[in-house]
Design a binder for this molecule. Structure first.
Ligand code: AMP
Length: 379
Protein backbone atom coordinates (compact mmCIF):
# COMPACT_ATOMS: atom_id res chain seq x y z
CA UNK A 1 0.00 0.00 0.00
CA UNK A 2 1.19 3.49 -0.85
CA UNK A 3 2.60 5.36 2.14
CA UNK A 4 1.34 8.85 2.99
CA UNK A 5 3.47 11.76 1.84
CA UNK A 6 3.99 13.83 4.97
CA UNK A 7 4.55 17.59 5.19
CA UNK A 8 8.12 18.41 4.21
CA UNK A 9 7.80 16.28 1.07
CA UNK A 10 7.44 17.65 -2.45
CA UNK A 11 4.16 17.70 -4.38
CA UNK A 12 4.27 18.06 -8.15
CA UNK A 13 1.28 19.76 -9.79
CA UNK A 14 0.59 19.26 -13.49
CA UNK A 15 -0.96 22.52 -14.71
CA UNK A 16 -0.21 26.05 -13.62
CA UNK A 17 -3.59 27.83 -13.51
CA UNK A 18 -5.47 29.29 -10.58
CA UNK A 19 -6.56 25.88 -9.29
CA UNK A 20 -2.89 24.88 -9.09
CA UNK A 21 -2.02 28.20 -7.53
CA UNK A 22 -4.58 27.79 -4.73
CA UNK A 23 -3.65 24.11 -4.24
CA UNK A 24 -0.01 25.21 -3.97
CA UNK A 25 -0.92 27.84 -1.37
CA UNK A 26 -2.69 25.14 0.67
CA UNK A 27 0.24 22.74 0.25
CA UNK A 28 2.77 25.32 1.34
CA UNK A 29 0.67 26.22 4.36
CA UNK A 30 0.95 22.56 5.36
CA UNK A 31 4.72 22.69 4.96
CA UNK A 32 5.06 20.88 1.63
CA UNK A 33 7.38 21.92 -1.14
CA UNK A 34 5.68 22.46 -4.48
CA UNK A 35 6.76 22.00 -8.06
CA UNK A 36 4.55 23.00 -11.01
CA UNK A 37 4.58 21.94 -14.66
CA UNK A 38 2.89 23.91 -17.42
CA UNK A 39 3.58 24.78 -21.05
CA UNK A 40 3.65 28.46 -20.06
CA UNK A 41 6.62 29.94 -18.22
CA UNK A 42 4.29 32.64 -16.83
CA UNK A 43 1.69 30.25 -15.36
CA UNK A 44 0.06 31.87 -12.32
CA UNK A 45 0.76 28.89 -10.04
CA UNK A 46 4.50 29.17 -10.69
CA UNK A 47 4.79 32.18 -8.37
CA UNK A 48 3.77 29.98 -5.43
CA UNK A 49 5.96 27.03 -6.38
CA UNK A 50 9.52 26.30 -5.26
CA UNK A 51 10.27 25.26 -8.83
CA UNK A 52 8.42 25.56 -12.12
CA UNK A 53 9.06 23.50 -15.23
CA UNK A 54 7.78 25.07 -18.46
CA UNK A 55 7.52 22.45 -21.18
CA UNK A 56 5.01 20.70 -23.43
CA UNK A 57 2.91 17.84 -22.04
CA UNK A 58 4.73 15.28 -24.17
CA UNK A 59 8.26 16.44 -23.28
CA UNK A 60 9.40 13.32 -21.45
CA UNK A 61 12.83 14.72 -20.57
CA UNK A 62 11.18 17.70 -18.85
CA UNK A 63 8.60 15.43 -17.18
CA UNK A 64 11.42 13.24 -15.84
CA UNK A 65 13.16 16.30 -14.39
CA UNK A 66 9.85 17.46 -12.89
CA UNK A 67 9.06 14.09 -11.31
CA UNK A 68 12.51 13.56 -9.83
CA UNK A 69 12.31 14.28 -6.11
CA UNK A 70 8.50 14.57 -6.03
CA UNK A 71 6.82 12.34 -3.46
CA UNK A 72 3.42 12.75 -5.10
CA UNK A 73 2.09 14.16 -8.35
CA UNK A 74 -1.36 15.57 -8.95
CA UNK A 75 -3.05 17.80 -11.51
CA UNK A 76 -5.20 20.90 -11.64
CA UNK A 77 -6.17 20.95 -15.31
CA UNK A 78 -8.45 18.53 -17.06
CA UNK A 79 -7.14 18.58 -20.59
CA UNK A 80 -3.73 17.10 -19.85
CA UNK A 81 -3.04 14.06 -22.05
CA UNK A 82 -3.58 10.90 -19.93
CA UNK A 83 -0.24 9.66 -21.36
CA UNK A 84 1.49 12.46 -19.41
CA UNK A 85 0.01 11.19 -16.14
CA UNK A 86 0.83 7.60 -17.12
CA UNK A 87 4.43 8.61 -17.77
CA UNK A 88 5.05 10.34 -14.43
CA UNK A 89 3.12 7.62 -12.55
CA UNK A 90 5.84 5.13 -13.51
CA UNK A 91 8.21 6.83 -11.07
CA UNK A 92 5.97 8.73 -8.60
CA UNK A 93 2.50 7.90 -7.16
CA UNK A 94 0.18 10.15 -9.18
CA UNK A 95 -3.44 11.01 -8.41
CA UNK A 96 -5.96 11.12 -9.95
CA UNK A 97 -5.03 8.27 -12.26
CA UNK A 98 -4.70 8.52 -16.04
CA UNK A 99 -7.87 6.40 -16.25
CA UNK A 100 -9.96 8.78 -14.13
CA UNK A 101 -8.63 11.69 -16.17
CA UNK A 102 -9.40 9.94 -19.46
CA UNK A 103 -13.01 9.33 -18.39
CA UNK A 104 -13.64 12.86 -17.11
CA UNK A 105 -12.05 14.73 -20.04
CA UNK A 106 -14.12 13.04 -22.70
CA UNK A 107 -17.91 13.44 -22.67
CA UNK A 108 -18.50 10.12 -24.40
CA UNK A 109 -16.46 8.12 -21.89
CA UNK A 110 -17.91 10.17 -19.03
CA UNK A 111 -21.53 9.57 -20.05
CA UNK A 112 -20.87 5.90 -20.74
CA UNK A 113 -19.26 5.56 -17.31
CA UNK A 114 -22.24 7.26 -15.62
CA UNK A 115 -24.76 5.12 -17.48
CA UNK A 116 -22.88 1.89 -16.70
CA UNK A 117 -22.58 2.91 -13.04
CA UNK A 118 -26.35 3.44 -12.82
CA UNK A 119 -26.00 7.15 -12.07
CA UNK A 120 -28.94 9.30 -13.25
CA UNK A 121 -27.86 11.41 -16.23
CA UNK A 122 -29.54 12.93 -19.30
CA UNK A 123 -30.46 10.42 -21.99
CA UNK A 124 -27.77 10.52 -24.67
CA UNK A 125 -26.46 8.97 -27.86
CA UNK A 126 -22.92 8.90 -29.19
CA UNK A 127 -22.67 10.32 -32.71
CA UNK A 128 -19.66 10.08 -35.00
CA UNK A 129 -21.18 11.35 -38.28
CA UNK A 130 -23.96 13.62 -39.53
CA UNK A 131 -25.97 10.53 -40.48
CA UNK A 132 -25.71 9.25 -36.91
CA UNK A 133 -26.77 12.67 -35.62
CA UNK A 134 -29.82 12.61 -37.90
CA UNK A 135 -30.74 9.18 -36.55
CA UNK A 136 -30.00 10.12 -32.92
CA UNK A 137 -32.35 13.12 -32.82
CA UNK A 138 -35.21 10.71 -33.55
CA UNK A 139 -34.50 8.69 -30.39
CA UNK A 140 -33.39 11.55 -28.10
CA UNK A 141 -36.06 14.02 -29.27
CA UNK A 142 -36.17 17.85 -29.04
CA UNK A 143 -34.96 20.01 -27.40
CA UNK A 144 -31.52 18.46 -27.19
CA UNK A 145 -27.91 19.56 -27.11
CA UNK A 146 -24.99 18.39 -29.23
CA UNK A 147 -21.62 18.44 -27.47
CA UNK A 148 -18.09 17.66 -28.65
CA UNK A 149 -16.64 14.59 -26.99
CA UNK A 150 -13.30 16.28 -26.23
CA UNK A 151 -12.18 19.57 -24.70
CA UNK A 152 -15.57 20.92 -23.67
CA UNK A 153 -15.96 23.26 -20.71
CA UNK A 154 -17.91 26.39 -19.76
CA UNK A 155 -20.43 25.65 -22.51
CA UNK A 156 -17.76 25.57 -25.22
CA UNK A 157 -18.20 23.07 -28.02
CA UNK A 158 -21.95 22.70 -27.68
CA UNK A 159 -24.99 23.57 -29.75
CA UNK A 160 -28.58 23.54 -28.53
CA UNK A 161 -31.07 22.04 -30.96
CA UNK A 162 -34.41 23.50 -29.82
CA UNK A 163 -36.84 22.00 -32.35
CA UNK A 164 -37.03 19.64 -35.30
CA UNK A 165 -36.41 22.69 -37.53
CA UNK A 166 -32.83 22.94 -36.20
CA UNK A 167 -30.10 22.78 -38.84
CA UNK A 168 -28.33 19.53 -38.00
CA UNK A 169 -25.61 19.92 -40.64
CA UNK A 170 -24.68 23.37 -39.28
CA UNK A 171 -24.62 22.01 -35.72
CA UNK A 172 -22.42 19.12 -36.80
CA UNK A 173 -20.01 21.57 -38.47
CA UNK A 174 -20.04 23.83 -35.44
CA UNK A 175 -18.73 21.12 -33.14
CA UNK A 176 -15.99 20.42 -35.63
CA UNK A 177 -17.49 17.33 -37.23
CA UNK A 178 -15.63 14.98 -34.87
CA UNK A 179 -17.12 12.60 -32.31
CA UNK A 180 -19.91 14.05 -30.21
CA UNK A 181 -22.63 13.27 -27.71
CA UNK A 182 -26.25 14.19 -28.30
CA UNK A 183 -28.01 14.79 -25.00
CA UNK A 184 -31.64 15.29 -24.10
CA UNK A 185 -32.26 18.81 -22.76
CA UNK A 186 -32.91 18.78 -19.02
CA UNK A 187 -35.46 21.45 -17.98
CA UNK A 188 -33.76 21.94 -14.62
CA UNK A 189 -34.58 24.52 -11.95
CA UNK A 190 -31.10 24.68 -10.40
CA UNK A 191 -27.51 23.72 -11.05
CA UNK A 192 -25.53 22.42 -8.09
CA UNK A 193 -22.17 20.80 -7.56
CA UNK A 194 -20.74 18.53 -4.89
CA UNK A 195 -17.07 18.09 -4.03
CA UNK A 196 -15.89 14.72 -2.83
CA UNK A 197 -12.42 13.69 -1.72
CA UNK A 198 -11.14 10.12 -1.52
CA UNK A 199 -7.82 8.65 -0.42
CA UNK A 200 -5.98 5.65 -1.84
CA UNK A 201 -7.21 3.51 1.09
CA UNK A 202 -10.84 4.48 0.41
CA UNK A 203 -11.52 7.13 3.05
CA UNK A 204 -13.89 9.84 1.86
CA UNK A 205 -15.09 13.32 2.75
CA UNK A 206 -17.91 15.17 1.02
CA UNK A 207 -19.01 18.81 1.03
CA UNK A 208 -22.56 20.14 1.00
CA UNK A 209 -23.82 21.03 -2.46
CA UNK A 210 -23.17 24.53 -3.76
CA UNK A 211 -25.69 26.23 -6.05
CA UNK A 212 -24.24 27.62 -9.25
CA UNK A 213 -25.48 30.63 -11.20
CA UNK A 214 -23.92 31.22 -14.63
CA UNK A 215 -23.65 34.23 -16.94
CA UNK A 216 -22.74 33.61 -20.57
CA UNK A 217 -22.06 29.95 -19.71
CA UNK A 218 -19.38 30.88 -17.16
CA UNK A 219 -19.87 30.49 -13.42
CA UNK A 220 -20.88 33.84 -11.93
CA UNK A 221 -22.01 33.09 -8.37
CA UNK A 222 -21.76 30.01 -6.24
CA UNK A 223 -24.06 29.84 -3.21
CA UNK A 224 -23.29 27.64 -0.27
CA UNK A 225 -25.39 25.91 0.88
CA UNK A 226 -27.53 25.35 -2.22
CA UNK A 227 -31.22 26.28 -1.82
CA UNK A 228 -32.44 22.69 -2.00
CA UNK A 229 -34.37 20.42 0.36
CA UNK A 230 -32.57 18.28 2.92
CA UNK A 231 -33.59 15.18 0.94
CA UNK A 232 -32.15 16.54 -2.32
CA UNK A 233 -28.97 17.59 -0.49
CA UNK A 234 -28.59 14.10 0.93
CA UNK A 235 -29.17 12.53 -2.49
CA UNK A 236 -26.54 14.84 -4.02
CA UNK A 237 -23.96 13.84 -1.42
CA UNK A 238 -24.75 10.15 -1.80
CA UNK A 239 -24.44 10.32 -5.58
CA UNK A 240 -21.07 12.09 -5.38
CA UNK A 241 -19.76 9.52 -2.89
CA UNK A 242 -21.01 6.68 -5.10
CA UNK A 243 -19.30 8.13 -8.16
CA UNK A 244 -16.00 8.59 -6.27
CA UNK A 245 -16.16 4.94 -5.24
CA UNK A 246 -17.10 3.56 -8.65
CA UNK A 247 -14.52 5.57 -10.56
CA UNK A 248 -11.89 4.64 -7.93
CA UNK A 249 -11.05 8.28 -7.38
CA UNK A 250 -7.95 9.28 -5.46
CA UNK A 251 -7.93 13.04 -4.98
CA UNK A 252 -10.78 15.49 -5.36
CA UNK A 253 -13.76 15.27 -7.69
CA UNK A 254 -16.41 17.88 -8.46
CA UNK A 255 -19.74 16.48 -9.59
CA UNK A 256 -21.93 18.97 -11.46
CA UNK A 257 -25.62 18.20 -11.26
CA UNK A 258 -28.97 19.54 -12.41
CA UNK A 259 -31.92 19.62 -10.00
CA UNK A 260 -35.16 18.97 -11.81
CA UNK A 261 -38.35 18.77 -9.73
CA UNK A 262 -36.30 17.77 -6.66
CA UNK A 263 -34.55 14.97 -8.54
CA UNK A 264 -30.91 14.97 -9.52
CA UNK A 265 -29.42 14.49 -12.98
CA UNK A 266 -25.60 14.32 -13.08
CA UNK A 267 -24.11 16.52 -15.81
CA UNK A 268 -20.32 16.50 -15.55
CA UNK A 269 -17.33 15.31 -13.56
CA UNK A 270 -14.11 17.24 -12.92
CA UNK A 271 -11.32 15.33 -11.09
CA UNK A 272 -9.71 18.39 -9.50
CA UNK A 273 -10.60 21.45 -7.41
CA UNK A 274 -13.53 23.30 -8.93
CA UNK A 275 -14.58 26.91 -9.36
CA UNK A 276 -17.75 26.25 -7.36
CA UNK A 277 -15.65 25.23 -4.33
CA UNK A 278 -13.54 28.36 -4.02
CA UNK A 279 -15.61 29.66 -1.11
CA UNK A 280 -14.40 26.71 0.99
CA UNK A 281 -11.09 28.59 1.38
CA UNK A 282 -12.82 31.11 3.63
CA UNK A 283 -16.08 29.51 4.66
CA UNK A 284 -15.46 25.84 5.54
CA UNK A 285 -13.45 23.89 8.09
CA UNK A 286 -11.11 22.68 5.34
CA UNK A 287 -10.73 24.29 1.92
CA UNK A 288 -11.14 22.18 -1.21
CA UNK A 289 -7.47 22.93 -1.97
CA UNK A 290 -6.20 21.61 1.33
CA UNK A 291 -8.53 18.63 0.98
CA UNK A 292 -7.09 17.98 -2.48
CA UNK A 293 -3.58 17.95 -0.98
CA UNK A 294 -4.65 15.77 1.96
CA UNK A 295 -6.38 13.28 -0.34
CA UNK A 296 -3.54 12.83 -2.83
CA UNK A 297 -0.95 12.63 -0.03
CA UNK A 298 -2.97 10.05 1.95
CA UNK A 299 -3.34 12.25 5.06
CA UNK A 300 -6.41 12.22 7.30
CA UNK A 301 -9.13 14.18 5.47
CA UNK A 302 -10.26 17.46 7.00
CA UNK A 303 -13.73 18.43 8.17
CA UNK A 304 -16.00 19.83 5.49
CA UNK A 305 -18.56 21.71 7.58
CA UNK A 306 -19.47 25.23 6.49
CA UNK A 307 -18.58 27.79 9.15
CA UNK A 308 -21.06 30.31 7.72
CA UNK A 309 -23.26 30.63 4.63
CA UNK A 310 -21.19 32.03 1.77
CA UNK A 311 -21.38 33.30 -1.79
CA UNK A 312 -18.47 33.20 -4.23
CA UNK A 313 -18.40 35.88 -6.91
CA UNK A 314 -16.15 35.19 -9.91
CA UNK A 315 -14.05 38.12 -11.11
CA UNK A 316 -13.79 37.82 -14.89
CA UNK A 317 -11.60 39.91 -17.15
CA UNK A 318 -14.75 41.77 -18.31
CA UNK A 319 -14.45 43.86 -15.14
CA UNK A 320 -11.21 45.40 -16.42
CA UNK A 321 -12.53 48.37 -18.43
CA UNK A 322 -10.01 49.67 -21.01
CA UNK A 323 -7.31 47.58 -19.35
CA UNK A 324 -7.97 49.41 -16.04
CA UNK A 325 -7.78 47.33 -12.85
CA UNK A 326 -11.10 47.49 -10.93
CA UNK A 327 -11.15 49.50 -7.71
CA UNK A 328 -10.53 46.72 -5.20
CA UNK A 329 -11.10 49.02 -2.22
CA UNK A 330 -14.83 48.49 -2.90
CA UNK A 331 -14.33 44.83 -1.97
CA UNK A 332 -11.73 45.38 0.71
CA UNK A 333 -14.05 47.82 2.52
CA UNK A 334 -16.55 44.99 3.19
CA UNK A 335 -15.32 43.39 6.42
CA UNK A 336 -16.59 39.92 5.52
CA UNK A 337 -15.52 39.85 1.86
CA UNK A 338 -12.32 38.04 0.99
CA UNK A 339 -10.56 39.06 -2.22
CA UNK A 340 -8.53 36.47 -4.14
CA UNK A 341 -6.60 37.57 -7.21
CA UNK A 342 -4.67 35.12 -9.36
CA UNK A 343 -1.97 37.47 -10.67
CA UNK A 344 -2.62 36.41 -14.26
CA UNK A 345 -1.47 39.64 -15.85
CA UNK A 346 -3.47 40.39 -18.97
CA UNK A 347 -7.25 40.51 -18.47
CA UNK A 348 -9.53 39.31 -21.28
CA UNK A 349 -13.31 38.90 -21.48
CA UNK A 350 -14.32 35.62 -19.85
CA UNK A 351 -10.87 35.09 -18.32
CA UNK A 352 -11.01 34.07 -14.65
CA UNK A 353 -8.86 36.68 -12.88
CA UNK A 354 -9.94 36.17 -9.29
CA UNK A 355 -12.91 35.73 -6.99
CA UNK A 356 -14.50 37.17 -3.86
CA UNK A 357 -16.01 35.15 -1.04
CA UNK A 358 -18.69 36.85 1.02
CA UNK A 359 -19.74 35.20 4.28
CA UNK A 360 -22.76 36.25 6.35
CA UNK A 361 -25.07 34.90 9.04
CA UNK A 362 -27.64 34.11 6.34
CA UNK A 363 -27.30 33.09 2.69
CA UNK A 364 -29.70 35.87 1.66
CA UNK A 365 -27.44 38.48 3.18
CA UNK A 366 -24.30 36.99 1.62
CA UNK A 367 -26.04 36.95 -1.77
CA UNK A 368 -27.25 40.53 -1.43
CA UNK A 369 -23.76 41.73 -0.55
CA UNK A 370 -22.07 39.71 -3.32
CA UNK A 371 -24.51 41.13 -5.87
CA UNK A 372 -23.85 44.61 -4.49
CA UNK A 373 -20.10 44.13 -4.91
CA UNK A 374 -20.58 42.89 -8.48
CA UNK A 375 -22.68 45.95 -9.31
CA UNK A 376 -20.09 48.27 -7.74
CA UNK A 377 -17.21 46.65 -9.60
CA UNK A 378 -19.15 46.68 -12.89
CA UNK A 379 -20.07 50.39 -12.58
P1 AMP B 1 -21.31 21.57 -19.75
O1 AMP B 1 -20.18 22.16 -20.55
O2 AMP B 1 -21.71 20.21 -20.18
O3 AMP B 1 -21.05 21.67 -18.26
O4 AMP B 1 -22.56 22.50 -20.02
C1 AMP B 1 -22.53 23.89 -19.77
C2 AMP B 1 -23.90 24.38 -19.36
O5 AMP B 1 -24.85 24.15 -20.42
C3 AMP B 1 -24.46 23.68 -18.14
O6 AMP B 1 -23.97 24.25 -16.96
C4 AMP B 1 -25.96 23.90 -18.36
O7 AMP B 1 -26.34 25.18 -17.95
C5 AMP B 1 -26.11 23.78 -19.86
N1 AMP B 1 -26.41 22.38 -20.24
C6 AMP B 1 -25.53 21.44 -20.60
N2 AMP B 1 -26.13 20.27 -20.88
C7 AMP B 1 -27.45 20.46 -20.68
C8 AMP B 1 -28.60 19.64 -20.80
N3 AMP B 1 -28.53 18.35 -21.19
N4 AMP B 1 -29.80 20.19 -20.51
C9 AMP B 1 -29.90 21.49 -20.13
N5 AMP B 1 -28.85 22.31 -20.00
C10 AMP B 1 -27.64 21.82 -20.28
Amino acid sequence: MERPLLPGGTIGILGGGQLGRMSAIAARRLGYKVRTFDPSARACAAAIADEHVAAEWNDTAALTRFAQGCGRITLEFENIPPATVEFVAKSVPSHPSANVLAICQNRRREKEFLRAAGIPCANFAVVTSLAELQAAVRTIGFPCVLKTADFGYDGKGQVKLPTAEADLAAAWDKIGGAAGVLEAWVPFQLEISVLVARTVDGRTAVYDAAENIHRNHILHLSLSPARISAATAAEARALALGIAEKIQLVGLLAVEMFVQDGRIVVNELAPRPHNSGHQTFDANETSQFEQHVRAVCGLPLGGTKPLQPSVMLNLLGDLWKNGQEPDWTKVLADPSAKLHLYDKGQAAPGRKMGHVTVTAPTLDEALRRAEGLFAALSA
